[in-house]
Design a protein around this ligand. Structure first.
Ligand code: SAM
Length: 265
């Protein structure tokens, strides 16, 4: 992981207590009531705002702050018009063959893939090891849990702040708990979209690359009842250099599917 500097700020005095608590939790400084564009250091700030918790760059050029939003924007659009079980992610986890799946998303990130899977009926346990990302995701989940349209979907998600390597060790004693293990470790992005670039840049600045990702594959295969799905950029090498049983290839990304056994067997 990278060792970039991060601090907490808030937009209104009424949020001071919450911001101080978050700073304490993350063991980083609290810089008071201000905005990211008014600061030049540190590199990144967590902004506690009336509309939720945001991760942003400091400085005048700060744009596209990262915030988890399951209620509106791209994920709301995907929930309504995303194509249901004909989407690649649905086929990759096996929703064209099994109706209800228990999925372990071992690299939760901003929870977008997990949310899509929950919209399609999966129960998803999410693991996130970064305390900052876990904070953003918890905030997004809490806000969405009070929204009438998405609350029932959010109920299908359970988030844990843990390193998947430790969690996998515990699971080796309890086989068959998860039908599918889903992995989407960080990989340097080459997509052209400015927004994605900026967001990935902030994320890579915060997290670095997941250099231990190869280790996750064998452990995931050992615990998944039916299959492991790995999301990769289209041209990326296989995780752990291991060829999958088959692939689903899209425009910019692909899913590598490692089958342990057929559904129902
Ligand atoms: C590319 S992001 C995942 C994006 C996610 N699929 C989404 O839809 O938002 C990868 C995330 O996995 C987390 N991660 C990587 N290795 C992990 C591990 N061993 N245990 C838990 N989380 C991990 C990183 O901190 C990062 O937040």
């Amino acid at each position: 992981m990278s060792d970039i500097e991060i601090a907490v700020i808030c937009h209104e005095t009424s949020r001071t207590h919450q911001a101080e608590q978050i700073a304490k939790q993350l063991s980083c400084p609290y810089l008071g009531v201000t905005t990211s564009s008014q600061l030049t250091t540190p590199d990144l700030v967590i902004e506690v705002t009336g509309e939720g918790i945001v991760l942003a760059e400091t400085g005048k050029k700060s744009a596209n702050p990262i915030k988890v939003d399951f209620i509106s924007g791209a994920l709301a659009h995907r929930r309504k018009y995303g194509g249901g079980k004909s989407q690649s992610i649905a086929k990759a986890v096996g929703l064209n063959k099994a109706k209800k799946l228990q999925v372990l998303d071992a690299t939760a990130g901003l929870g977008r893939d997990a949310f899509v899977l929950a919209c399609l009926g999966c129960q998803v346990t999410l693991l996130e090891r970064s305390k900052v990302v876990h904070l953003l995701l918890t905030d997004g989940l809490n806000r969405a849990a009070t929204d009438l349209d998405v609350a029932s979907i959010i109920n299908q998600l359970q988030l844990l702040c843990v390193d998947a390597k430790d969690y996998f060790q515990e699971l080796l004693q309890l086989t068959d708990q998860f039908d599918v293990v889903y992995l989407d470790p960080m990989f340097p992005h080459r997509e052209k979209s400015a927004k994605v670039k900026k967001e990935m840049w902030i994320f890579q600045k915060l997290l670095g690359q997941d250099l231990d990702a190869d280790y996750l594959l064998d452990a995931a295969i050992a615990i998944a009842k039916y299959r492991v799905v790995v999301k990769r950029p289209k041209l990326a090498p296989y995780l752990a250099d291991k060829a999958p049983t088959y692939q689903l290839i899209g425009k910019s990304g692909r899913f590598d599917v490692y089958v342990n056994k057929a559904f129902g067997s």
